[in-house]
Design a protein around this ligand. Sequence first.
Ligand SMILES: NC(=O)c1ccc[n+]([C@@H]2O[C@H](COP(=O)([O-])OP(=O)(O)OC[C@H]3O[C@@H](n4cnc5c(N)ncnc54)[C@H](O)[C@@H]3O)[C@@H](O)[C@H]2O)c1
Ligand SMILES: O=C(O)C(=O)C[C@@H](O)[C@H](O)[C@H](O)COP(=O)(O)O
Ligand SMILES: [Zn+2]
Length: 364
Amino acid sequence: MSASHQRVEVGGAAPYRIDIAPGLLDDGARLAAHLRGRHALVVSDSQVAPLYAQRVRAALAAVRPDARLALHVFDAGEASKTLANFSGVIDALAALGATRDACIYALGGGVVGDLAGFAAACWMRGIDCVQLPTTLLAMVDSSVGGKTAVDIAQGKNLVGAFHPPRAVIADTASLRTLPPRELRAGFAEVIKYGAIVDAPFLDWLEAHADGLLAGDDALLAEAIARSCRHKAAITERDPFEHGERALLNFGHTFGHAIETEQGYGGLNHGEAVAVGMVLAARLSTALGLADAADGARLRGLLRRFELPTGLPAGLDPAALVARMRLDKKAQGSGLRFVLWDGAGKARVVADVDEAAVRAVLQDR
Ligand SMILES: NC(=O)c1ccc[n+]([C@@H]2O[C@H](COP(=O)([O-])OP(=O)(O)OC[C@H]3O[C@@H](n4cnc5c(N)ncnc54)[C@H](O)[C@@H]3O)[C@@H](O)[C@H]2O)c1
Ligand SMILES: O=C(O)C(=O)C[C@@H](O)[C@H](O)[C@H](O)COP(=O)(O)O
Ligand SMILES: [Zn+2]
């Protein structure tokens, strides 16, 4: 293992390892170590597959010439995280003749990871899935923790399962082809860890913003590993979101409502979470939990990473609140939000007054 290789172990009932280093997509032995049977399906999207899928297939085939390998590709973008494309992956598994010891390799961003992971959770009631994240957002968040899902018109991730990966193999060299907008989106989830549990991380991000935005390999690797350690620790203690895992949803009640209301074609997930965190901070202040100065600093940091911090024009507050009633944290008829007491201190607050939420949405 080279000096630039970082590892995070995730314990619990279904332990796995996160490897973070450049060049891992060509490491056939590492990829093949998780192929118990003979069937491997690489699932990817139309942007990522032309860049990396052949390399992954060649690396696997070199170590496992006996394996039946197939590639399944769907159109890139959030609008593709659908039941129809889930069905497409299931059809591909059937065409491959995949048995229970088959493995799906989810090669791409969070959309691929969530969709392919959900197919792995369902095929024959559960087969192995190795996450090969190629966006910053997927490396720091979606590839870890086992939440898998697809969106429906009524809401984000409303159909899904908890299905932990067998392994996460993050090739940081793949970030070099990531469009700048998508790199910035990933920083929203990175900043989220600082906001909820690691205030000093916010200072570090502030200090290194220029290098991180420029794609400095060492800084990115450090940000990814620190984020993964937070996600690993929280999801290891609470894999099914009975308690503290909900903190990872900071900004998401607002963010998911925005994404859904925009028909999954407006802000991307990271951008929507950035706006959502600003709104959650504002709601926290309105409810007397946090100082306005904390919210202003969070907003400043998100802006430093060139992320949006205001509600997009044309969204109706009443429609957004209606979307929030289908949020997975909602209970009975009450809205539950992840709010904060200031940097590094988040908590779940139940039965939040709808008028306060509407006021925050109207305060543009
Ligand atoms: N399961 C979880 O715990 C979890 C956590 C966070 C987010 N998510 C989900 O993740 C999704 C967002 O993920 P995302 O931000 O990675 O979006 P994404 O998967 O849509 O990827 C963003 C874009 O970048 C392209 N791309 C990916 N890697 C590339 C590379 N290396 N080079 C060039 N282009 C590349 C993709 O084709 C896509 O167009 C959302 O659906 C969100 O709900 C899930
Ligand atoms: O892993 C989690 O738990 C999270 O909440 C991480 C979020 O960043 C992620 O977007 C997740 O998919 C949201 O989960 P959901 O249960 O609100 O759909
Ligand atoms: Zn998220």
